[in-house]
Design a protein around this ligand. Sequence first.
Ligand code: S3P
Length: 446
Amino acid sequence: MSHAEPKPLMSKPAAALRGQLRVPGDKSISHRALMLGGLATGRTRIRGLLEAEDVINTGKAMAALGCPVSKEGDTWVVLGRGVGGLTQPSGDLDFGNSGTGTRLMMGIIGGHDMRVRLTGDASLSRRPMGRVLDPLAKMGVEVEDGRKQLPLVMRGTSELVPIVYTLPVASAQIKSAVLLAGLHALGKTTVIEPEPTRDHTERMLRHFGGIVEVTQEADGRHVTVSGGTELTGRDVTVPGDPSSAAFLIAAALMVPGSEVTIEGVLVNPTRTGLYTTLLEMGADLAFLNEREEGGEPVADIRARASRLRGVRVPAARAPSMIDEYPILACLAATAEGETRMDGLAELKVKESDRLAATAAGLVANGVSAIVDGDSLIVRGGTRVAGGGTVQTHLDHRIAMAFLTLGLVAEAPITVDDTAMIATSFPEFTGLMEKLGAAFEAPEPAS
Ligand code: S3P
């Protein structure tokens, strides 16, 4: 999907935010539900699916591979083809802005005798794909001209060889791509992750009847999937996305007098690094009504405005909050003292170079932010000057983080383009407005 027309937006200082609401379904789980639904036999019914561009593109890809995807009332239904049963698409598969959609689908396509051209937008076409294609090559997948970026043409095979693969970087996308290919291989495939990453693929494979063994060894977590096991269509309930909830919670913490509760948020421990960090910073957060929904832990999260202090965020925590650094850095700008975030190399290869984009956005709005190797250091204070324009580089999370910071800046903060917010959280501005925030389009430059 291309976004020809940039949509700039400006956020303005807000009065106390108040309310209780839900955020849309988790993006990672939504992608996986559509994919595993297509690989299972029979019907999979998905409630709470995130209806955002990234996930819709995965649904279109599954449909193009032979699995009808439709909506009945508020439930999405996938008619699965069974493991190894996908069919050759008649055209290219366009993944838009989505690294997760692309990389996980590479693992699935790799296990089928088919030749498929994969494309994406300008941001996705700059992102590294070798991290997934290299282990898939060991299993027997070929890429024409050895390309490691989109657009590229993959040739899969129904005779994949199982491997044992140690992740070179902490990435759930690489782990998941290898496990999904392993599901189609002749034997057991093991991924060793030195640091734990989000485990939704493992959980959901089991939910659909797959055989997944997990052991903790000296060199990390070993995840083994048995190839050739049949999956059966199931019901899936997608919990609220903690990475989307993060913006509303951050807004409540920043704006004096606020109290906001977000219901039904995923609190899987592989995703809650931001919340651990916020508690260390002194945030008034409560996890209410903790329960299990669809095999994942969820809670209602209540946030009250808080005076935060700067902290040091250890590198080991990065995988559990990798998408939350832009909003944490914005919160750090409002905290007392210095916040140092270490181990952020992976931020450089997200939808934008988020390390550089976050620091530049803060500096443009009068906040002291320094990139030191793979670390980001933000000096907070009692005031954020604002008045600057943030370059979002086709990155939804940069746009949402700085629109949130604008709620407490002295002068409005403008983001150059909000069109990409539709890739993950189309309801963002509407929900913020429900809580009491205000946004407006800036005057066009004359
Ligand atoms: C995701 C994994 C993370 C994350 C992305 C979603 C997933 O990427 O940034 O938004 O669903 O597996 P990496 O695996 O590249 O860290």
